[in-house]
Design a protein around this ligand. Structure first.
Ligand code: IMP
Ligand code: MG
Length: 187
């Protein structure tokens, strides 16, 4: 396992929150749960770009249920470390989702505002069902009523990067999730 101080961890990372191995084990568990729940059905995975890309790729390969994949890109107005809930579609789905079993794949739920908007948007398109799988959830997510059926990890209210998550478009490529040193994003 890699550790802070190893050449594989950039110096801006304060600590490793979830190792590559911990993520991979949890993704397998989530996939097994989803497989059990969707037995006999097909799933349309809807990944939210760009943060969910790594999680979506690993989850899709861990699932035994047949899936198709769609991506959506949304932008939430706000600062780079918090969101406002005012959402703009940057890239919409390529297909209709009517009568499909949609599973929205999210990297992390913080205020839940982005997801809450997204779920309303998905439901308005007439899918057979809509559920959410999120790799991580922060404590504030409890403030807003967003039904998230599958959660990988409940984490502390700190800014994390890696495994798809960025700060200013960096660190998405890290194979683990790490805590970014606050001095990187505060002045
Ligand atoms: P929400 O609308 O506040 O739930 O924001 C969710 C989105 O904010 C996520 O999909 C991420 O793109 C981003 N986000 C929230 N917390 C973090 C974090 O700790 N690191 C990186 N991105 C984050
Ligand atoms: Mg995101």
């Amino acid at each position: 396992m890699i550790d802070v101080g190893s050449p594989d961890v950039p110096p801006e990372i304060e600590s490793v929150v979830m190792s590559e191995q911990a993520i991979s084990e949890r993704v397998r568990e989530l996939a097994a749960q989803v497989d059990a729940d969707y037995a006999g059905r097909e799933i349309l995975l809807v990944g939210v770009l760009k943060g969910a890309v790594m999680f979506m790729a690993d989850l899709a390969r861990a699932l035994r249920t047949p899936v198709s994949m769609e991506f959506m890109a949304v932008s939430s107005y706000g600062s780079s470390t918090s969101s406002s809930g005012v959402v703009r579609i940057l890239k919409d789905l390529d297909r209709e989702i009517a009568d499909k079993h949609v599973l929205v794949v999210e990297d992390i739920i913080d205020s839940g505002l982005t997801l809450s908007w997204l779920l309303r948007n998905m439901r308005s398109r007439g899918p057979a069902s809509v559920e959410v799988v999120a790799l991580m959830r922060k404590p504030d997510a409890a403030k807003i009523e967003v039904p998230v059926k599958y959660v990988g990890f409940d984490i502390a209210n700190e800014f994390v990067v890696g495994y798809g998550l960025d700060y200013a478009e960096r660190y998405r490529d890290l194979p683990f999730v790490g805590l970014l040193r606050p001095e990187v994003y505060t002045v």
